[in-house]
Design a binder for this molecule. Structure first.
Ligand SMILES: [Zn+2]
Length: 69
């Protein structure tokens, strides 16, 4: 579980959009970016090279889809 204080300061390193927790990962709230960052030992791995890019269909299933403005 990533702390709410940490989440507030985290942003996607690719597009600088905020990220949203989704189970054991963080998902970028930008629907053009859709990067997913894994969490290891409660530490989010905020590295572009280590991220997955979700398909639009996958991204739409995550909490990030409803969090994006
Ligand atoms: Zn992003």
């Amino acid at each position: 579980m990533v702390s709410p204080d940490l989440l507030k300061i985290l942003a996607c390193p690719d597009c600088k959009t905020s990220v949203v927790p989704d189970g054991e990962a963080l998902v970028c709230a930008n629907d053009q970016c859709r990067r997913q960052y894994r969490i290891e030992d409660d530490i989010p791995v905020m590295l572009i090279d280590e991220s997955n890019v979700l398909t639009p269909e996958e991204w739409a299933q995550t909490p990030a889809a409803s969090a994006s403005a």
